[in-house]
Ligand binder design. Sequence first.
Ligand code: PLP
Length: 448
Amino acid sequence: MKVANLDERIHVLDNSSNVMTVINEIAESGLQEEAFYVLDVGDIVKKHQIWKELLPRVEPFYAVKCNDSLTVLEVLASLGTGFDCASKGEISKVLSIGVDPSRIIFANPAKPASHIRHAAAVGVDITTVDNESELHKLKKIHPNAKVVIRIRCDAEVSQCPLGMKFGCDPNYEAPNLLRLSRMLDLDVIGISFHVGSGCQDPPVFYRAIRHVRTLFDLSKDLGFKPYLVDIGGGYPGDTGTSIAKIAEVINSAIDEFFNTDDVQIIAEPGRFFVASAFTLATAIHSKRSVRNDKISPNSVTNNMYYINDGVYGSFNCILYDHQHVVPTPLKNGCGKLIPSSIWGPTCDGLDQVVENVLLHDMDLGDWIIFKNMGAYTLPVASPFNGFPIPKVHVVVDENIWLLLKDLLPLTDDHFVIGNTPANLQLGLDIGGSKVDDWTSPPMGLSTS
Ligand code: PLP
């Protein structure tokens, strides 16, 4: 396993520190102006434990598109997950951290030819298909591909439906694709589906797995030896959410339809692993207090706060992922609550983060925290209008660090040890860490 990217070193926290104390210390240092993230590696490790407990028969193949931070990928690789990649770039990134190509599914049913060529060259063989022309393309470019037919089975309610773009009809199209695969002498190894990201309809997993069973039987009749059931994504990831209900439905469907050891069941969770692991800290750089003298002379009727990240940056998740983001002022306020709106830094009127929320009066330089910002935020963010994409400060609790160390491939180089916060603040590097990773490093980091 190669040495970690120095930009994403993990800072080990002592017992007295946690994500919020780190955010407080960075924000209160007075040196930090830009918005920043704190990524809690322990949160990802805990999610992995929850997955193993609740879905013991389902191997997670993390959907890289959701958040391709190198640390996220390395931590998940060290925990033994596979990866769902959508492109040549994602495949290269996952391979670059030492993951075996057999642990990757190229789960994009509509792939550019050059990306398929790349997959074939590096030994990524498993790929999803939902249409005839893709099968012909594979026959030409990657005839040894292991084909997974992706069917459509949509949740009645989901945050981001996918069925309008991907997934063939399980009753009519999928059988035809199986027959065509047979004619083309392509190897169909399984069936996949994605019920929609942010699924709020757990029973849909039962319906989908039942379709998979039917198609398994048909493919066996056609002479294939299917062994892979890919139950896609759709699992919630925010703090306070649970996959228990979905897991219950999945487990009982597996028991009913795939009560046998010769079937490999995988899933492609994205937001489940990363949503709650990333907390975003933003600062107010401008403020407009709106008054209405007719209603109440001199009193503020609403506040408009302008912060240093917006819908062109991390909050693209509002537009693309239909996220509802919740602002929490870092300082406890006092006085009356005032109707407020929160805006991003660009000159675009669309750049609104929160339309209307009751907040205590805040000042320039005050910080607003947004939790659950790990899914579909950073990989999509742009520096539009010249505003930088927030940096990520990676932290891990001491105990989890010990666990991860034992689970190498993460090397010691990944961790910041031997530097005191004061040294980091002064720009001195005595322990091999890259000081400019920290615009203003936090206090309370373990130095041993
Ligand atoms: N797999 C595929 C093919 C996807 O397109 C997505 C998300 O769009 C995922 C997995 C991740 O699913 P989720 O966002 O529900 O975690």
